[in-house]
Design a protein around this ligand. Structure first.
Ligand code: EPZ
Length: 416
């Protein structure tokens, strides 16, 4: 089990390049199942989850030619329409092969993703949507068996906004017979990036980025080249780390228009932010001010930035409320932060954080991807050494995080 050891106290200074977005790359990789031609992806992040998704596609029969930060998929030899439990249990995003498999081959056998640390995370909306499009679905022995001669366009209303639910059904609808309208769809930027890629492949999609997405099915999709958008959560994570350590950091190859609420909250906390094209510069002098945070679907404050902001609030001036409205169990970082001296009370889906003037290094345990990022930020500001265990969570979603942080002056090293 690998660990990270961090000596806190150094303000982050310098420049860091932001990688391609994990949550855009994962659905877009599954789009390779929708065509027999080649799909060439660039700005692909080197993440554990991207490797897992590639392995899953390869065992289905997709071929892949890889180069640094790039992959060329070819979906002409897909013969195995199954996503086995041992792969789905380590990466829930594997559910994103379901829509493309049913749409192109009319047959899919995908393991139900187990629960996960942050919540039960059912996939009932994915299944309901495919049934509305005419798929016959049976759930047997922990697997979703879906069959359809050809999916038909349908009007689908999401009771709850679901990012991968929207993405799965959008992909399925590209090859369905007729028009599909997704109501109460997710508006996340990663949904738009997937739609851009699908349009480049010949799909007819409009309304992505709003709560109503319309897809007109076509007979077949062709190959394309697509550059994965920058990772807004990696961007936000580095900006919060810069603010928490009182540093001065410039992010390169990112975008500010996909991070507006996070940038607003950082300004509220006292950070000075300058945007210049695909760069964002943040300067923080003095102690951050506590800011209230309430997560909700895009364009509201992203749940994937909740834990990171809680770390900032732990050492901020004043008290703050952090409300998590998306997942039912996304406060596991709280007890780890308390080990570092944070003062946090949790009441249901609300945490009240009382800023303390410093944290003390300790050994803590990562429980999920974004909680790990929160503990890294806390370790960067704590006095003394913080050792974070189970950092495999971190490697799922952050490309070479300790080398990027070291470049910014952090005293951080990985220990076997
Ligand atoms: C995506 O997960 C992201 N993952 C998550 O990022 C992110 O936290 C989440 O969206 C919310 O923004 C990827 O894009 C790969 P949801 P997803 O379906 O799609 C309920 C990270 O850290 N729901 O939008 O699985 C669900 O329980 C990860 O990078 C149903 O009830 O999330 C949750 O309460 C963590 N039934 C809410 O909707 C369904 O069929 C939102 O979930 C689907 C979802």
């Amino acid at each position: 089990m690998q660990k990270l050891a961090i000596q806190g106290g150094a303000p982050l200074r310098g420049e860091v390049r932001i990688s391609g977005a994990k949550n855009a790359a994962l659905p877009i990789m599954c789009a390779s199942l929708l065509t027999a031609e080649t799909l060439h992806l660039t700005n692909l992040p080197d993440l554990h989850d991207v490797g897992t998704m590639r392995k899953l596609l390869l065992q289905m029969g997709v071929t892949a030619e890889m180069a640094t930060g790039e992959v060329t998929f070819k979906g002409d030899g897909v013969t195995n329409w199954e996503a086995p439990y041992d792969m789905v249990k380590t990466m829930r995003a594997a559910i994103l092969v379901l829509g493309p498999l049913v749409a192109r081959f009319g047959d899919a056998k995908v393991s139900l993703p187990g629960g996960c640390a942050i919540g039960s995370r059912p996939v009932d909306l994915h299944i309901k949507g495919l049934q509305a499009m005419g798929a016959e679905i049976a759930i047997e022995h922990g697997y979703i068996h879906a069959k359809a001669k050809r999916l038909k366009g349908a009007r689908i209303f999401f009771d709850i906004v679901s990012v991968t639910g929207t993405e799965n059904l959008m992909m399925a609808a590209t090859l369905a017979d007729g028009v599909t309208v997704l109501e109460n769809a997710a508006r996340e930027p990663e949904v738009i990036d997937l739609a851009d890629c699908l349009r480049a492949m010949g799909a007819q999609i409009s309304g992505d980025g709003t709560d109503t997405v319309t897809i007109t099915g076509v007979e077949a999709l062709h190959g394309a080249t697509h550059r994965i958008m920058p990772d807004r959560i990696e961007s936000g994570t580095f900006l919060v780390a810069a603010a928490a350590t009182g540093g001065s950091v410039t992010l390169r190859e990112t975008r500010a228009d996909i991070l507006e609420t996070v940038l607003e909250k950082l300004s509220e906390a006292g950070a000075k932010i300058k945007v210049d094209g695909d760069s964002i510069h943040l300067e923080m002098t003095g102690r951050p001010k506590a800011v209230n945070v309430r997560t909700a679907p895009h364009p509201a404050f992203p749940t994937d930035m909740q834990a990171q902001f809680m770390a900032l609030n732990c050492i901020a001036e004043g008290s703050s409320m952090v409300v998590e409205t998306i997942f039912e169990n996304r406060f596991m970082h709280v007890q780890e932060l308390r080990r570092l001296g944070a003062q946090i009370d949790v009441e249901g889906n609300t945490s009240v954080v009382k800023g303390v003037d410093h944290l003390e290094g300790a050994t803590v345990m990562a429980t999920d991807l974004r909680a790990s990022a929160c503990l890294v930020i806390a370790g960067l500001v704590a006095q003394g050494e913080t050792v974070i265990d189970r950092i495999y969570h971190l490697d799922r979603g952050y490309e070479h995080i300790e080398s990027k942080l070291s470049q910014l002056g952090a005293n951080i090293r990985r220990i076997k």
